[in-house]
Design a protein around this ligand. Structure first.
Ligand code: BTN
Length: 252
């Protein structure tokens, strides 16, 4: 086992990703080390957002990796593998989940997990990766203005043992990381694409020109999203250039 071979637990931290970065700066860290906490006072989400998580209810972890087999230009493969590992974990408890590009984990139209990958690149190598995961397990209610959070408990009505969940999640992420080590890149890409939220469905999106209808066709090898318009035109987007108009907020 690589992911989970070493674990640091803290009752609370500002952010597990920030703590992992500090460890990497100040000491030797074993690959696969997990930083795990019950509560983050400054949990970080994508695009500078905060990550809400009630004390002791959910999994808040960061994993330190040294993915020397991945070229910096292919770094989106890491996001894909982590997303798939979380889906593998969730499929133990619920029939299906999907990945809202680039790496939000969805059940139906609600977000159950967020991923914050921070790669440190030196020359033509990825020096290290911090893969931060917030996975909602037992939280009953969400207070922030996040549009559509959900937890495993809200979906199934059951409470889960967090340590058991952490062990299973680590195992599932480890299996996906080993696919990366074995350079099974096409397999990872194909599975990721097949799990995409709104794949091949006509949905609403917004880009710099306004709201439009389109359908996701695929993701390029650099992680850019390909959306087809009704007239057949295909546009390619990188993160932040396009937003989803969430289904339960629009008039579908
Ligand atoms: C998102 O915006 O969807 C990404 C959320 C990532 C949250 C996790 S919680 C554990 C790790 N530590 C952080 O500060 N953020 C990530």
């Amino acid at each position: 086992m690589i992911i989970g071979s070493n674990l640091f637990y803290f009752e609370n931290l500002p952010s597990t990703n920030t703590h992992a970065a500090l460890l990497l700066k100040n000491s030797d860290v074993r690959e696969g080390t997990i930083i795990y906490t019950n509560y983050q006072s400054a949990g970080r989400g994508q695009i500078g957002n905060k990550w809400e998580s009630e004390d002791g209810s959910n999994l808040l972890i960061s994993i330190v990796l040294f993915p020397s087999m991945i070229n910096p230009s292919d770094q989106f493969l890491i996001s894909m593998a982590v997303s798939l590992g979380i889906c593998d974990f969730l499929k133990r408890f619920i029939p299906s989940c999907s990945i809202k590009w680039p790496n939000d984990i969805y059940v139906n139209n609600d977000k159950i997990a967020g991923i914050l990958i921070e790669n440190s690149i030196l020359g033509d190598k990825i020096e290290n990766t911090i893969a931060g995961i917030g996975l909602n397990i037992n939280q009953n209610a969400f207070l922030s203005d996040a549009p559509n959070p959900v937890s495993l408990k809200l979906l199934t009505g059951k409470n889960y043992d967090l340590i058991n969940c952490l062990k299973m999640l680590a195992g599932d992420l480890d299996a996906r990381y080993k696919q990366l080590i074995s350079e099974l890149f096409t397999q990872i890409r194909d599975e990721y694409i097949s799990r995409l939220y709104c794949l091949n469905k006509w949905c609403k999106y917004e880009d710099q020109n306004g709201i439009f209808t389109g359908r996701i066709l695929s993701v390029t090898e650099y992680g850019r999203l390909l959306i087809e318009r009704p007239g057949g035109k295909i546009s390619e987007y990188s993160f932040k250039e396009v937003g989803f108009i969430l289904r339960h907020l629009s008039n579908f």
